[in-house]
Design a protein around this ligand. Structure first.
Ligand SMILES: [Zn+2]
Length: 111
């Protein structure tokens, strides 16, 4: 007796399980990528000339996972080694992903 083909319902379940796994993997990849991108970690902060630029830059950066808008939750000053860094703690308004973006204050050349 030939094996019965899976019912459409069983098939749908299997596909959604597979795509959940894919999605989780994709998120992991994107998170890793975000850490390596400018501002993603204290090792490679984004240079800004004044603290006010931090807020502006942070809020115009897209969410690394879904491309949605980031809302700034906290803007903190941090000193790591000799560097004066600013950390913008953001949360994606679309998917809720939290992200910390690092900035370094550098004096303006013309001032
Ligand atoms: Zn998002």
């Amino acid at each position: 007796m030939p094996r019965r083909a899976p019912t459409p319902r069983a098939k749908r379940r299997a596909t959604s399980r597979a795509s959940k796994r894919e999605e989780a993997k994709l998120r992991q990849d994107l998170e890793r990528l975000a850490l390596l991108s400018p501002g993603g970690s204290p090792d490679h902060p984004i240079d800004v000339e004044s603290p006010t630029q931090v807020d502006v830059r942070a809020e115009t950066m897209p969410c690394p996972l879904c491309g949605g808008h980031l809302g700034l939750e906290e803007h903190a000053a941090k000193t790591i080694g000799k560097e004066r860094l600013r950390v913008a703690r953001c949360r994606c308004l679309e998917c809720g992903e939290k992200r910390e973006i690092y900035f370094r204050l550098v004096p303006a050349l013309d001032s």
